[in-house]
Design a protein around this ligand. Structure first.
Ligand code: FAD
Length: 466
């Protein structure tokens, strides 16, 4: 634990001018505020600044630079690697900046940098609109959408980053920049995919689209026999599916819960989760190929989108967790076999986990090119996520996640992409391959221009060009 006896220089001045909260280890809410969703990360920052607006973010960055404190930035605070917490430095925690302002005529929304999925969809739905952001309520726009973003409307609008139209950025020098296709276009490209490296995004404007009051949404659950058939057609199905239908798969172990068929309790099974925002009759037709493969449970229903998001929250609670992923160019038979064996091995661990399959489908071309790792588009991400409570399980939980990915890597066909939001492991060489040489060079040069001292390094880090 850090020695907190000496307060950093300039703290009184920061506190005096701050509209939000400056929390120190001696404050009663310090312990609660320093917690990370992934309890593997038990860090003790010297200062937690919870800004109320852009001016506070500027003040916190300038203070940190003067006091020589390392900076961690937190939006939803969900990244598994724990980038948003730090031992002994300052956490700039945007949880006090969650405003969302919708323009119904333009079908856009401005979100503050700490807004999360629930904040965006609740405000947008008031106007019959919704946007792309994570499937659960708590993940933040600062992590999810600035570095990719797979959400319920991704088939229609693309990744969250693809829907961003304009941003406000606080740089390592404490300058406030407007970033759009016209202003600072170099940053406009870089922030949509690699923002954490370039500063703190305080506002994001993103595109929305109309959604009906009720959508068809939920999951179909298949036993292992049927699962192989579903996975065999998943690539083609998602490529051919209409843009109103977004789909992902998740191999998991069925809980002993009366909501699930008793014969599947404790066994691996494949859940296919869908959201269809189009005409209900068309939706029934579009879902026919999945239903034809005889799911053991059909839990797709007509439901309000917000209620559906809330229902997704039940799947992951704060605790210990580990994420890793790999990008495959298509789901080969070998890959399907590895996923199946991985699910069986998960059942043996007795821990809660998932092998998530995100078929990026047509990977719509964004209106403006951006720095989302180009290797990702059109491929299938396979993600291992595992969740547990007891620190004694740390090693075997991580070993399971790593081994499934290692086997997939060995058997291929592996693509170059990496979805940094869904891996806790840092690997600069992998990131470089994923961006490709041209984009990587461009990013390192921009890093040297905007953050030459690598002030913002708690992320999948891009080193400044030398
Ligand atoms: C329960 C759960 C559900 C998930 N669901 C999805 C999903 O549906 N779709 C999906 O694509 N991913 C999903 N993910 C992965 C998710 O995209 C990443 O964990 C993401 O980084 C979380 O964003 P955050 O803002 O909550 O994280 P944080 O940990 O707060 O931030 C992540 C990174 O972004 C940086 N950052 C944060 N805010 C800003 C900012 N304003 N400006 C610049 N940099 C910033 C941080 O410094 C850090 O490096 C999920 C993860 C979890 C744990």
């Amino acid at each position: 634990m850090t020695d907190h006896a000496t307060a950093p220089d300039g703290l009184d001045a920061l506190r005096a001018g701050f509209n939000g909260r400056v929390i120190l280890p001696t404050d009663p809410d310090y312990d609660q505020q320093r917690q990370h969703f992934n309890q593997v990360h038990d860090k003790h920052p010297a200062v937690i600044a919870v800004p109320a607006g852009t001016a506070d973010v500027v003040a916190a960055v300038k203070f940190a630079r003067t006091a020589d404190l390392e900076i961690a930035v937190s939006s939803g605070g969900k990244h598994g690697a724990g980038f948003s917490r730090i031992e002994g430095g300052i956490v700039i925690d945007l949880s006090g900046m969650r405003a969302v302002k919708v323009d119904p005529d333009e079908q856009t929304a401005w979100l503050q940098g700490g807004a999360n999925g629930g904040d965006l969809q609740a405000e947008a739905l008031v106007h019959g609109l919704a946007g792309v952001i994570g499937w659960m309520r708590g993940t933040g726009v600062g992590g999810v959408n600035l570095h990719g973003g797979f959400g319920m409307l991704s088939s229609k609008l693309g990744m969250g980053a693809d829907t961003i139209l304009e941003l406000e950025l606080v740089t390592a020098e404490g300058a406030v920049l407007r970033v759009s296709p016209e202003e600072n276009p170099d940053l406009f490209w870089a922030l949509r995919g690699a923002a954490a490296n370039f500063g703190i995004v305080t506002w994001v404007k993103q595109r929305l689209c109309p959604v009906p009051d009720e959508v068809l949404a939920g999951s179909l659950l298949y036993d292992v026999e049927q699962a192989a058939k579903v996975l065999g057609m998943l690539d083609r199905y998602t490529l051919e599916a209409p843009e109103d239908l977004t789909v992902f798969g998740s191999y998991t172990v069925v809980p002993a819960d009366p909501d699930y068929p008793a014969e599947l309790h404790g066994k691996p099974a494949l859940a296919i989760t869908i959201v269809h925002i189009g005409d209900p009759d068309q939706a029934e037709e579009d879902l026919h190929p999945l239903r034809e493969l005889q799911p053991a449970l059909d839990a797709i229903e007509s439901i309000g989108l917000y209620d559906f998001i809330c229902s997704m929250d039940q799947y992951v609670a704060p605790g210990r967790m580990f994420w890793d992923m790999i990008e495959l160019s298509g789901l080969s038979e070998q890959a399907i076999g590895i996923v199946e064996r991985g699910a069986a091995a998960l059942a043996e661990t007795g821990l809660h986990g998932e092998i998530i399959l995100v078929p990026w489908g047509r990977g719509r071309d964004p209106e403006f090119p951006n720095a989302v790792t180009t290797g990702m588009r059109g491929d299938c991400s396979i993600v291992t996520g595992i969740f547990w409570e007891d620190p004694a399980d740390d090693e075997r939980a991580r070993a399971w996640g790593r081994s499934v990915i290692a086997e997939l890597r060995a058997d291929g066909p592996v693509a170059d992409g990496v979805y940094g939001n869904m891996t806790d492991l840092q690997d600069v060489d992998r990131d470089r391959r994923s961006y490709g040489e041209d984009d990587w060079r461009r990013l390192t040069e921009l890093k040297a221009k905007y953050d030459p001292d690598n002030v913002f390094h708690l992320n999948h880090n891009i080193p400044p060009a030398t």
